[in-house]
Design a protein around this ligand. Structure first.
Ligand SMILES: [Zn+2]
Ligand SMILES: [Zn+2]
Length: 314
């Protein structure tokens, strides 16, 4: 049986070559370290249980990270699906940074390229990159989930894909301060755990659950949108790609798993537009809008939805 091979990576406009060292760094930081962190966390607290304090700290850190990615990095900064006041924009960008998925300019550049070439040559992370049959799809899923961090020999050139973000002094400052955000992502839960419990032990368990375990879980939950929600699930709307709706991914990602409509209308602030599709991120944006902090929100357009529905039926 022959091994499925990936279609050769085309020299897409707006990409630059990535060195082996950098690809190895991506693999370590985005895949290997979170898993080692999880293993270390389990080993350290094994048999000692986990208290309600750690659960609360980990849940809050999880929510901040996921909302930061979904509402901040993705809907606000990558797709500009709403505008907001400067303090909120900075807060959402920082929250996205706490998820440890890289500086926002890097994240947004790869993601804008994903939308332009979705599931076609040029898409940085399509599960269909190796072909359609079972074995090829299995490889494709691994590639879309985490493999591309290492195998992609070209990465999106920020000057090409995110000139708007590079022109924003706040974003440039946050990019430069990214190492501080990374440190804060671990120090914050540790400090809260230590102060809340008044003990070193409380600091350590909060660091493990709210820092390390949350780091691993948030990554794999987010990457599921790229792998699972381009492979399984319903497709209500016509798109040129294989984006789909997967309820459990949507639940864990606060709405990002309703991925089919997102590809049908990427600048729309709500991804879960069908009946019963809970989209926590859209609800948060609505709250910001009501409070007067967010404006020019692009809510779903019923005419566009009807048109895309009939495209899917064709
Ligand atoms: Zn997608
Ligand atoms: Zn998107």
């Amino acid at each position: 049986m022959s091994t499925p091979t990936r279609r050769p990576e085309p020299p897409v406009t707006g990409t630059v070559a990535v060195s082996t060292g950098r690809r190895t760094a991506y693999l370590l930081v985005l895949v290997v370290l979170p898993l080692l962190a999880l293993a270390a966390a389990v080993a350290v607290v094994w048999g000692r249980g986990i208290g309600p304090r750690d659960v609360v700290i980990a849940a809050v850190m999880y929510a901040v990270s996921i909302f930061g990615i979904s509402v901040g990095y993705h809907r606000l900064l990558t797709h500009r699906s709403f505008r907001c006041r400067r303090p909120l924009r900075i807060a959402l960008a920082v929250a996205g940074g706490l998820a440890l998925q890289g500086p926002v300019t890097l994240w947004a550049a790869e993601h804008r390229r994903h939308h332009k070439y979705a599931d076609r040559p040029g898409d940085p992370h399509s599960p269909w990159a190796y072909g359609e049959d079972g074995r090829a799809l299995l490889r494709g899923l691994a590639h879309a989930h985490v493999g591309w961090f290492y195998t992609a020999r070209r990465r999106s050139d920020r000057r090409h894909w995110v000139p708007d973000l590079l022109a924003d002094p706040d974003i440039r400052r946050l990019d430069a301060l990214y190492p501080v955000t990374v440190a804060a992502s671990f120090l914050l839960p540790a400090a809260v755990g230590g102060l809340w419990s008044g003990s070193w032990a409380g600091m350590w368990t909060a660091l493990f659950w709210g820092g390390l375990v949350r780091y691993a879980v948030v990554h794999h939950v987010t990457w599921s949108v790229n792998s699972i929600a381009h492979t399984f699930g319903d497709r209500e709307f016509g798109t040129r790609d294989r984006s789909s709706d997967v309820w459990w991914v949507a639940l864990l990602t606060f709405g990002e798993g309703w991925h089919n409509w997102h590809h049908a209308d990427p600048t729309c602030a709500r991804h879960g537009v069908r009946k019963g599709q809970l989209d926590a991120s859209a609800r948060l944006i609505r709250l910001f809008e009501r409070a007067g902090w967010a404006f020019d929100v692009r809510w779903p357009d019923p005419r566009r939805m009807a048109a895309r529905r009939s495209q899917a039926a064709d």
